[in-house]
Structure formats: structure tokens, C-alpha cells
Design a protein around this ligand. Structure first.
Ligand SMILES: [Zn+2]
Length: 565
């Protein structure tokens, strides 16, 4: 396969959307930035001065490489169905669209299957060569580092093997008016070792990351794994709740966890247990709302054989099961009054009797309760015992709702992704920028549990080796994409693609069409599109079916009149 012919790029132009009210520019689902080339030039110069040209080159190469990888993903998405050459040419076209450089193909031989790649391109008007000339003067050697990183990253992702591009001529040297790049599989370059270090992460940074991993591993071997894995967050509200819980862990105090449904109260209770001296003893969790009233007492306090019809064997209650450890009672406000009285006795005396038994048993249990209801109101209305309330409310901990700690969302998402990918056998690259933005601006009435459900759905819906897109998360409920501005086919910014733009109006006026004729054209087009189905045509025109048939009849009548005349 050789040669390359650029396709019409209107499909790519449509991927760019300017959404100034959000302060965002989008390329499909990737957030982009419109940056001053002059600022890029000074950033480059400062990097070179601060850390030396070799390190600066490495950072810029890797930065370009990362964008190249992203654009390769996009190319496969938007033109993956076309021929290999058409799909591949997306990269150079995106590089041009992104304002980096004009790419002129000289030679291209590629075969994804056998891994063969041999490409040569000319670069004209390179932003990086320009930047270098502007801030540093002429260069001795080629300096389009970010761009060469992009070419290598894009092509490597496309070919599924490391394709190393070299810049063999550069306009920043002042010797030519263009740059020239050549790409081949890394194994085919005899001097590859002189270039590959620029693609590798910094050894110092690498070593620091390695040390951090070791510290993390050591830390998690000291701390119980569940505590670390399940309680995630760095927001002040979350940290505060966590520190209250960890301070309670060293004591035997009864803890009351308060917070909306889905904030993770059971996880806090587990963490409390794991941080306490009872961690090697059982942790037992009970949701009081899930127990039928007539079973609450036998479930909590146990039952002796023959206590009531159906009690054919003696059974331990949750209190006895949790002996020495922690008992977590969720939705404590739902506990019936009779059970409340028994619970109070266990708390006061540390002893209980099974149902249908007069033998008193000692239990040693740390009680953690939780509620999303207002217990004080329940007390006032006589649904909850006041003495029990005061007994439980010794050490209240409020767990903030997710919408008050949206900055924790990315971290939570990361850990959920790991878990659900393993569960569903998926390998994903993460969320798109837009998906993450939607996650961070959502209101989360169902809190962390709702986030978990959405991420699991996203993991299932996202394509293997792809990214989770906003549509995978908020199926059918996404806000319209029509908002914001896009670039038209000739590159100009239009208010919105859904609104007829100036050029359409100009065409209509230019064709000398009257308002009536335009209306007729629209109606006929809508009817034809709907295959003659008037109801559906009326919907697309934003009118009722009777309104549409009235207009059609009127037009037929007028046409008949014209013919008679
Ligand atoms: Zn160059």
C-alpha cells in the first residue's frame, strides 16, 4: 500500500466544538485548549533553560507522543471503517486541524498485518520550529520534538508496534523552509538507542514512583486492605469524617453514622472495625429496614427451639455472632419499639436473652448504628425511644453527600474502574474528558452507590480497549450536544450547527426563493423523508398533523387555482 490522499475533512471539523459558556473546547470527547503559540514558545524556552535541552526534549517528545496516542484512538473511532490509508491520514489531518503543522506526504508504505511501515513526510509552517526560532534563534539540529513525538505516538498506536519517527531536516536550522520526517519500526533504525531515551519516563521520576509504590505496598500491608481500598477521598468533609471515625476506633464508644442513602455508611463502619483492636473478631452488618417486624428480635437476639411456631432449632442472633467484634445496625430508625427496648438493655447491661429463653447471655459487642432519617423527629413523634436515642447519639459522625465532595469523583472512579474491569473482563483506557466533566457536574442524589452503578454500566457498555464516554454513563439522559459553537466546513466558527447558519440563508436568498417557496420546500422534504407518513412529518416540522394536512390541502387548492387560471 503506498501513497496517501487526504479525504475531505468536514467529518473532523464537526468534531470540534467551542463551548465558551463552559470554558471548554472539545475535539470529540477530548478537552482541548486554544493556547497562544507565543506562550508555548516561552514555555519551551523556560523548560530548556531550567532543565537543559535533553530533558526538555524528553518532556516535549512524550507530551507529543501522548497526544498522538489520543488522536489514534479518535482516528479509529471516526474512520476505522474506511481503508487503512484513509483511516491513517486522519492523524496528519488532525495535526493540521489542531494548528500544529501542514503535513505533506512524500512516501507511505504500510501494512498493519505484517507490521511493515515506511513513511516520509514534509512539514511546512511547523509551530514548534517557529517557536524555537522566535525564542531561541536558529538551531544546530532539528527541534520539532513535540511534533515528532506526536508522529511516533500516532503511528505506533495505529500500527500496534513502536514506529520511531526521526526529523532529518528542520526549518528551525535556517537551512530549509520545511522539516522532513521519516518513520520506520524502531528495530529497523540502527541508531534507535540515540532516540528511544526521549520516549522513556525520566529515570529519577521513575525511581521516585517506584519508591512510592513500595511505600504504598508497605502501608497497605500494615493497614487492613479493605479500609484503604474502600474509603477513598481527599476532600475536607470526607477527611474530617474519616478522622472522627479513626479516633473513635481506639475506644469502645458507640458510634452513630449520619448521612444520605448511598454515602457509604457501611464502609465507614467496616473501617472503624478494622482500625479497632477488635479487627480480628467478626464484623456483622444488619439492615434493620430489610427485616420483617416479626423477625427482628429473633434475628438480633437469637431464638430458642420451640419459642414460636416454626422455631424448630435454636439459633444465635446477630449480637452473639458479633461477640468480641462489631455489630453494625443500618437504618436504626426503622427498628420496632419492642426491639428498641431489648437493644437498650443490651447496651446498658451487656447481656441478652434469646427469644423463648430465660438464660441470660453476656455479650461484648461494639455497636455502630447508622441512619439517613431524622431520629430527633422520630423521638418527638414517639416512634423512637428517647433513652435509646441518647445512648446511640454519643459520638455522631456526619458523612457528607457526594455532591459536596465532587473533587473526590476522579479518585473514586479510578478505583471503581479497576474493580469493575476485573469483574467484567474488560480492559479500558479510562473515561473521556467529557465523561469525567459530566461526572463532576452531576448532582448525585444516590451518592457513591449511584456513581458505582453508573461506572459499572459504563464499563459494560464501553468498547474493549476503548474509553468510557459520557453516553455510556448517562444513557439517554445526556444534555444535548447542540449547545456551543462549532467550526463550519470552511473553518469559521458558527453559533450552533442546529441553527441554520448564515451560509444557508445566503444560499436561499441567492436562489431568489420566496418565503412561501421555502415553506413548501421544507414541507415536501419533511413528507418525503417521513415516507409519506404525515404524523411523523408533522412532528419533525414542529406542528400537529391537522395543521400539516391543512397546509397541504391549501397548497393543493392554490396549485389547482393557478392551473385553472
Ligand atoms: Zn522542524
Amino acid at each position: 500500500m503506498s501513497g496517501i490522499q487526504y479525504q475531505e475533512d468536514s467529518d473532523l471539523l464537526k468534531l470540534v466544538r467551542f463551548s465558551s459558556q463552559d470554558g471548554a473546547i472539545w475535539l470529540a470527547e477530548n478537552r482541548m485548549v486554544l493556547m497562544h503559540a507565543a506562550a508555548l514558545a516561552s514555555l519551551r524556552k523556560e523548560l530548556i533553560n531550567a532543565i537543559g535541552p535533553a530533558q526538555a526534549r524528553r518532556i516535549l517528545t512524550r507530551m507529543g507522543y501522548a497526544s498522538g496516542l489520543r488522536d489514534a484512538e479518535l482516528a479509529k473511532q471516526v474512520r476505522g471503517e474506511r481503508s487503512v490509508n484513509d483511516a491513517f491520514s486522519t492523524g496528519p489531518q488532525l495535526h493540521m486541524l489542531e494548528g500544529t503543522v501542514v503535513v505533506k506526504p512524500v512516501r507511505l508504505e504500510m501494512d498493519v498485518e505484517s507490521g511493515h511501515f515506511d513513511g516520509e513526510f514534509l512539514w511546512i509552517n511547523a509551530v514548534e520550529a517557529d517557536a524555537h526560532l522566535r525564542e531561541c534563534g536558529t538551531a544546530e539540529e532539528p527541534v520539532c520534538w513535540m511534533q515528532i513525538g506526536y508522529a511516533s505516538g500516532y503511528t505506533s498506536a495505529f500500527m500496534g508496534r513502536f514506529i520511531l519517527f526521526k526529523e532529518v531536516e528542520c526549518s528551525a536550522t535556517g537551512k530549509t523552509d520545511h522539516c522532513r520526517i521519516v518513520g520506520k519500526p524502531v528495530e529497523e533504525w540502527p541508531d534507535a538507542h540515540e532516540y528511544t531515551p526521549y520516549y522513556e519516563p525520566d529515570s529519577i521520576v521513575g525511581r521516585m514512583l517506584e519508591l512510592r509504590d513500595q511505600v504504598d505496598a508497605l502501608r497497605s500491608s500494615i493497614e487492613p486492605p479493605d479500609t484503604v481500598a474502600n474509603l477513598i477521598g481527599n476532600s475536607p468533609g470526607f477527611r474530617h469524617a474519616y478522622s472522627l471515625v479513626s479516633r473513635a476506633a481506639g475506644t469502645n464508644v458507640t458510634v452513630l453514622l449520619l448521612g444520605e442513602t448511598g454515602v457509604g455508611k457501611e464502609r465507614f463502619a467496616r473501617a472503624l472495625h478494622q482500625l479497632s483492636a477488635r479487627s480480628d473478631k467478626p464484623f456483622v452488618a444488619v439492615n434493620c429496614a430489610a427485616l420483617p417486624d416479626e423477625l427482628v428480635e429473633s434475628e438480633l437476639f437469637g431464638v430458642e427451639k420451640g419459642a414460636y411456631t416454626g422455631a424448630s432449632v435454636s439459633r444465635m442472633g446477630k449480637f452473639e455472632r458479633a461477640d468480641g467484634g462489631t455489630l453494625f445496625l443500618d437504618e436504626i430508625g426503622e427498628l420496632p419499639l419492642a426491639a428498641q427496648a431489648k437493644l437498650l438493655r443490651v447496651l446498658q447491661e451487656g447481656e441478652l436473652e434469646r427469644l423463648g429463653d430465660d438464660h441470660v447471655r453476656k455479650v461484648n459487642v461494639r455497636l455502630v448504628t447508622a441512619t439517613n432519617a431524622d431520629l430527633q423527629t422520630a423521638v418527638r413523634e414517639g416512634r423512637f425511644r428517647a433513652d435509646l436515642y441518647y445512648r446511640l447519639n454519643v459520638y455522631p459522625v456526619v458523612i457528607p453527600p457526594l455532591r459536596e465532595r465532587l473533587c473526590d469523583v476522579p479518585q473514586l472512579v479510578e478505583s471503581m474502574l479497576e474493580r469493575f474491569c476485573a469483574l467484567h473482563g474488560k480492559r479500558l483506557l479510562g473515561c473521556t474528558d467529557r465523561a469525567m466533566r459530566e461526572l463532576r457536574r452531576y448532582d448525585w442524589p444516590g451518592n457513591v452507590r449511584e456513581l458505582e452503578n453508573l461506572i459499572e454500566r459504563g464499563v459494560i457498555l464501553a468498547p474493549q480497549h476503548g474509553r468510557i464516554e459520557a453516553e455510556h454513563l448517562f444513557v439517554g439522559t445526556m444534555p444535548s450536544e447542540a449547545e456551543g459553537e462549532r467550526i463550519g466546513d470552511s473553518g469559521e466558527l458558527c453559533a450552533s450547527v442546529d441553527r441554520p447558519d448564515d451560509s444557508l440563508c445566503q444560499q436561499l436568498l441567492g436562489a431568489g426563493l420566496s418565503l412561501d417557496e421555502v415553506e413548501e420546500m421544507l414541507i415536501q422534504y419533511a413528507v418525503a423523508q417521513a415516507g409519506g407518513n404525515l404524523a411523523s412529518a408533522a412532528r419533525t416540522l414542529g406542528m400537529t398533523r391537522p395543521q400539516l394536512s391543512y397546509r397541504l390541502k391549501k397548497r393543493l387548492g392554490e396549485a389547482a387555482d393557478r392551473e385553472r387560471a
